[in-house]
Every structure is written in C-alpha cells, then in structure tokens.
Design a protein around this ligand. Structure first.
Ligand code: CA
Length: 218
C-alpha cells in the first residue's frame, strides 16, 4: 500500500516514513502543495497524511480542490492547529480523520490503518483466507495456528492483495507496493516473492490470472 505524505518538516517526514515502512506501508513525501499535486497526478495513492501549514499554501485549500475534483482518497490531517474549530473545518472540508501535533507515531499508524481498513471494506483488521489468518494491523500471518514469518517485502505484497479484495493486481501494481521499502527493486522481484509467499502460506492462497496478474483466492 502506498501513502502520500504531505509535510514540510523534513525530520517529521522522515520519522513518519520510517514508521510506515516498518508496517509495510510505502510512502512518497511531498514537502509542498505543488509537490503533492505532482505526486497525485503521477499515480494513485491508498491514503494521504496532510499537514496544513505548507510553504506554498494551505493544506485545507489543497484538500478542498481535491474533493471538488472528485478525488476520494482517504485523507488524515496531521496538524499543529488543534482548536475544535480547526478540527471541524478539516473534517467538513473532506478529511477522514484529524490528528493533532505533537503526535505519537503508533497512533498515526493505527489511524491510517483504520482508514485503509474502511476504504478496503473490511470490518476487522483480521482477514481469514483459507487456512491463513492475516492481521493487517499487527502485520502478522498465522497458518493453521502457526505464526509464519514474512519479510517486509513479502508482507507488502500480501497486504496489497488483501486490500484489493480479490481484484487482480498486475505485476506492475504489485511492484509498486514495494516502492519505498527498498531502493533496489529488481523487475522480477514480484514473481520471486509470490513464489516465496506460496511456499510459506500454501499454493492456493494467491491465484495467477493469466496475462493479468495475481489475486487473493476467494
Ligand atoms: Ca507545516
């Protein structure tokens, strides 16, 4: 999964990026409204963390433009503006959640995961698939009652397939979910990791859709 982080403070941004990567969430950083627009024009994102005080404009105005243009991506405002009026304005402008700075990273991650869960139509963080139980919050997988250890990249691929709810993802889309976890992602990585996931979690969990890509078995 792929998060757009709009935040002009480099230290805050790098801390958030590192925290999200630990949970298998790839993250692109935009330090201004213009950079955020350019990122969003280039690719879709699963969710956005949006600061309000940005060097070239107001995050709230940016959010208003996105919503007016039909952009439905879940947005969490992360701001030092903490009055009740600020929060109400943020939510009324179309944000899905509002977290005040200073913030704790675990809370930000948990709230983002709640947004992703709702966007993915899941009532729970726990997803049962065949004999596997996948905990999207903890980033853990159990098969037949046994915990299975996955690498970060394997987890990122599996999480993307769970979030897709049975839709087929192309190798390029899956490859994209690895972005931000490793600078040196080789083109055959997706096939290699799908192979590893099938060995660890059973051959039936991930189906190949010929000529299109992969999907999670129903
Ligand atoms: Ca700021």
């Amino acid at each position: 999964m792929h998060i757009l982080l709009v935040e002009d403070h480099p230290l805050v941004a790098s801390g958030i990026q590192a925290g999200l990567a630990l949970h298998g969430l790839g993250c692109d950083w935009a330090a201004s409204c213009n950079a955020a627009r350019a990122h969003l024009a280039a690719r879709p994102y699963d969710a956005c963390v949006l600061d309000l005080g940005l060097p070239d404009g107001d995050g709230l105005a940016l959010l208003r433009q996105w919503r007016a243009a039909g952009q439905a991506m879940p947005v969490l405002i992360l701001s030092a503006r903490t009055t009740l009026e600020d929060k109400v304005a943020g939510l009324q402008t179309g944000s899905d959640d509002y977290l005040a700075k200073p913030f704790d990273l675990p809370e930000l991650v948990a709230r983002l995961q709640a947004l992703l869960r709702r966007a993915g139509g899941r009532a729970s963080d726990r997803v049962q698939c065949g004999d596997c139980e996948i905990d999207m919050h903890e980033g853990t997988v159990w098969r037949g009652g046994q915990r299975v250890e996955l690498s970060r990249r394997e987890w990122a691929l599996l999480a993307a397939l769970v979030q897709a709810q049975g839709r087929t993802l192309s190798p390029a889309q899956l490859h994209d979910s690895l972005y931000g976890l490793d600078q040196d992602v080789e083109s055959n990585t997706v096939n290699v990791h799908v192979h590893h996931l099938r060995k660890k979690l059973g051959p039936a969990l991930i189906e190949t859709v010929r000529g299109q890509g992969f999907r999670l078995a129903a």
